[in-house]
Design a binder for this molecule. Sequence first.
Ligand code: CTP
Ligand code: C5P
Length: 375
Amino acid sequence: MTEKLFQNDDHREIRVWCDGCYDMVHFGHANSLRQAKALGDKLIVGIHTDEEITKHKGPPVFTEQERYKMVRGIKWVDEVVEAAPYVTTLETLDKYNCDFCCHGDDITMTADGVDTYHLVKEAGRYKEVQRTAGVSTTDLVGRMLLLTRQHFRQGKYEYDVAKEHSSSMGTDSSARSPWTGCSQFLPTTQKIIQFSDGKPPKPDDKIVYTAGAFDLFHVGHLDFLEKTRSLGDYLIVGLHTDPVVNQYKGSNFPIMNLHERVLSVLACKYVSEVVIGAPYTVTKDLMDHFKVDVVVHGKTFVMPDVSNEDPYRVPKALGKFITVDSENDMTTEKIVERIIRNRLEFEARNISKEKKEMELLRTLKQKEQQQAVIV
Ligand code: CTP
Ligand code: C5P
């Protein structure tokens, strides 16, 4: 258990407030919520409406209903407040009995360039957590629009992405925003430990196994995993490797590489354990190893394996296979289609967000230099 870092004088529970767009929820968002939760007892997350986001930042990829549901699915979140105001006020914190507001160490501005946290900062009710470098909605949208495949490869990524963005933002890394400009996400074992429950199944637990790509973890996956988890007590999710996913999905899929998908799935409250690089065919060995009681797949199409056979033939023959209907028709491909359809709007949004950040960075640097001269 993480030791909480703050204590009230009267020792009542500490309620932490976070707010944001949480568009195309990714493990960067989840990591900020994990850190925020560790600062108190209860985590309350306010989410902005589509209208507010469109006004200040440009149209979100996901609707507010989808975004509310996704954040509710993150395991560190206790409550979601719908339609939270874009500028965080003391009234909002008080209304939900929150001690302070917490945000990543980047900068969020209104359409007029006002810091959305200026009120809570002035009142001393603001705390920062560390933003996760190398992942942002902006970057994911970029991967889809540019059809890059560099996220499969480690190392070359930063250089290639900078090169691909050169038409709009310049090639050298000093010309990119340190917040949303792409840098490579560096996965560590520490991050996996922080995200995982670390709990083995109990002896009598019914163990459920499912496998897939779970690329750009979305509401369809969430609904599927909720139903799948309800079939047992302990849910193991097997994630296929990038080459395997690419083999059956083609193009530049998966949009998120294996490490990134591991964290996205681990952040989901229905998931107990993840197999990193699960075999495409569910074998008897795998089922025995994890003591699997039931294997589940959704209603989406299943590609045959390398022997041109059903990858679920073993659990089917054992009478241990169930098809679950998520009743949700969202797919990773649909998300990409949404982005491509609104390509120009999203490109404009990305460029404008980064330009704003660059302007702010220049102002901060100028202030720093002036202060250095005075000293
Ligand atoms: N966040 C983070 N790490 C990231 C991305 C976001 O810690 N890589 C945090 C932000 O600092 C904020 C919260 O997630 O505290 C919600 O962010 P959001 O309002 O959705 O906006 P952005 O920061 O713009 O997210 P993105 O860059 O992904 O669009
Ligand atoms: O396509 P992918 O491999 O990411 O899917 C992972 C699992 O989620 C599969 O079992 C798939 O059938 C299920 N799914 C679902 N409903 C959706 C999307 C995926 O049941 N809308």
